[in-house]
Design a protein. Sequence first.
Length: 364
Amino acid sequence: MSVHRLFDTVSAASRASNCAVTIRRPDDWHIHLRDGETLKAVLPFTTAQFARGIIMPNLVPPVTTTQAAAAYRDRILAARPEGSDFTPFMTCYLTDETSSDDIERGFQERIWIAAKLYPAGATTNSSHGVTSLKRISSVLERMERIGMPVLIHGETIDPQVDIFDREAIFIERDLLPLMARHQGLRIVLEHATTTESVDVVRANAARMAATITPHHLIINRTSLFQGGLRPHLYCLPVAKHERHRLALRRAATSGDRCFFIGTDTAPHIRSRKEATCCAAGIFSGATALQTYVQVFDEEEALDRFEAFASLNGARFHGIPPNTGTITLERKPSRVIAEVGVEDEEIIVFRGGESLPWSISGVSP
Ligand code: NCD
Ligand code: ZN
């Protein structure tokens, strides 16, 4: 463990004083970078925080082929800021038509490292997703055989189910039967938001993990209605009751190998958020690490921050951890409020606030 307390040890009593942690450079296992001008505008925020990351394939049209994934990877590499060594790991968007042979070829050729399973219509740009899990059984069987993980957006698409129950009901009705059918399949339950997710992941940690976003550690469902409707706090899965937020904080800060960073940074321009029908997604890319480290500090778990940020995800994906380091300091700094894209802007999660922690240095 290479967490160094540079100035003092952390306790509730000492929280007001200076403190810094140096950890191996972290990775973000769930990123939406979009494409074109938006990609160029948001990518520098991710590369300033993370050395590597899993790129979500829900573009329009979605990334369903090896050619599309390789071309998208090239556009990301070309959009990196000068001097950046950021490594994007690509994913395949599963549809009812995905072929097992294509999935395997892309995995063996290292074009993608996982496949993303969106139940059709569950979230932003998921209309081409899977209409019934049984329809992709042969693909999942192949993935199980070759050890390729499936990253699951775990919400039921049954419109009768209350939106706050969709994750828990998905686990019961869809995920557990899928896990029984595919007992060796490696699974990441993406952006976990409930105690039910924490429990199922823990119980199956030999082959399962969960990503946890910064925003689900900070906001609960009441935050969405604080003083009025807050479109910039709306994402899917939607933030849940306070008891779930507390369970997520305990899980993330436990140090357990089955939990790791996945920011789900999901930029949308302001006019798509402040709209009659607000798009789902929170742009957390610019403030993710400052938020995570604040949570670990508040939970008196800074000594477990490196596991969550830099080790557990790499281990799950069978990749060595990064060799460089990043230092975060408990020193308030005001963060950027918005990011311009063409003649619009993207509002930053916790943007414009003075956050208690800041990034003080990266050494590659
Ligand atoms: C994501 C997006 O905007 O692409 N939105 C979100 O609310 N998280 C899609 C997703 O991960 O669900
Ligand atoms: Zn996402």
